[in-house]
Design a protein around this ligand. Sequence first.
Ligand SMILES: NC(=O)C1=CN([C@@H]2O[C@H](COP(=O)(O)OP(=O)(O)OC[C@H]3O[C@@H](n4cnc5c(N)ncnc54)[C@H](O)[C@@H]3O)[C@@H](O)[C@H]2O)C=CC1
Ligand SMILES: O=C(O)[C@H]1O[C@H](OP(=O)(O)OP(=O)(O)OC[C@H]2O[C@@H](n3ccc(=O)[nH]c3=O)[C@H](O)[C@@H]2O)[C@H](O)[C@@H](O)[C@@H]1O
Length: 440
Amino acid sequence: MKIAVVGTGYVGLVTGTCFAETGNHVTCVDIDRNKIEALQKGITPIYEPGLEVLLARNIKEERIAFTDNLKEAVEEAVVIFLALPTPSDQDGSADLKYVLQVAEQLGDLITSYKVVVNKSTVPVGTSEKVAAVLSKKIAPELFDVVSNPEFLREGVAVEDFLKPERVVVGTRSEKATKIMADLYNPFVRQGNPIYFMDPRSAEMTKYAANSFLAMKISFMNEIANLCERTGANVDWVRMGIGSDHRIGKRFLFPGIGYGGSCFPKDVLALNLTAREHEYDFQLLQSVLTVNKHQKKVIVQKIKRHFKDALQGKRFAIWGLAFKPETDDIRDAPSLEIIEALLNEGATLNVYDPVAMENVRGRFGNRITYSANQYEALDGADALLILTEWSEFRNPDFDKMKDLLKTHTIFDGRNVYALDKMEELNFHYESIGRAVINNKA
Ligand SMILES: NC(=O)C1=CN([C@@H]2O[C@H](COP(=O)(O)OP(=O)(O)OC[C@H]3O[C@@H](n4cnc5c(N)ncnc54)[C@H](O)[C@@H]3O)[C@@H](O)[C@H]2O)C=CC1
Ligand SMILES: O=C(O)[C@H]1O[C@H](OP(=O)(O)OP(=O)(O)OC[C@H]2O[C@@H](n3ccc(=O)[nH]c3=O)[C@H](O)[C@@H]2O)[C@H](O)[C@@H](O)[C@@H]1O
């Protein structure tokens, strides 16, 4: 099938590459000329394991092409995916300007039947808005608008796309249903379902999924904070509750608050939708409050430990990305923590395996950047772990002790076992677990 993908960000690029991988002919289009030029050479602008290899293969087989010309991309396509940004507007609602602008442009370009598929995360009712824009310029028999929210996670995006636990398609059109079923059947052969539903339910499903996961994390962050105050260990509590299938093992890891390009903006947007419908979504408001607080917890611990005297203290930071296996720093908790420590007069030496350039773009020379994880430790008063990259899991602890001025670790991701930290005689503070005090 011939497909166009509009927007070659995270979602667009993974969508285009994976559909090419299953034998379709894909043209990806973006307004960012630099991105297009890089992609034409097989260089991906994002760090995503497995993507570059897949992309190279499909470029070689001429199943995927890149252009900045929308007309050229959509001319022969039967399906047009919109994978455009929907950032938070000033009031927290999803900004639909990118989606609706492209819909306007498509209205001038569509001359034969197309399925216009919205892959962006958009508020309930957006399919109808897109259809209304198209209807101003083209006859109804020339298009269907479908909602097909994306559930991939950064870092495992290719696997999530190729083997989805479910695919959600919102449409009332039989013609579009058949086309979407043909497209997705290769991905759901293992028996995972494609749920065909009405567009409004599909749009709501996406927000409900992300908000529920954000709520699960926030609940565990609250339990962790309470564990610290009651002498319980959140690791045991997590395992104890997670083995109940009704609760599930995943997304129960407490930390420094959820971040990323989606949970923060999507929880805000759903809350706004509730408000617009005069519904007081109390749980969701609590999720927002809890997450805001959780991003401050590690700085509070540091201030308590150093008796509020952070002026002139030097900290090493391991991990900057909002989670491992990505260079994405959008809404990463590390950014707020860095800002808070700088405001307290501390100096920071940071390291992340792939996200350093993005952080440099944001903080410039206000912080220093280390070539490796050990260099960051040199002369530091403490180490902060903000992203649980695998390479931080089993480091050379003796070398760390040689480099750190005081043997102190604030671990926002519970990377190390408490007994190990006790044995190594570190001062170790994590989330929802006892403080390990080093013996002088
Ligand atoms: N990043 C993720 O893991 C996931 C994101 N989503 C949703 O998918 C949507 C896209 O997200 P990302 O891919 O992360 O966004 P992104 O910001 O990484 O990429 C969007 C791309 O669209 C391009 N663009 C903007 N206006 C354009 C136009 N008029 N024509 C062509 N291209 C244009 C931009 O240059 C950019 O390359 C959002 O609604 C997001 O909430 C959904 C699931 C996962
Ligand atoms: O809509 C989206 O964009 C995507 O948002 C999330 O994916 P992603 O943002 O890539 O990352 P997650 O793995 O969900 O992690 C989000 C944040 O929650 C935090 N987290 C996650 C899990 C956990 O147990 N604890 C926890 O603090 C992570 O550190 C990270 O900051 C969802 O998991 C995807 O299903 C969804 O498609």
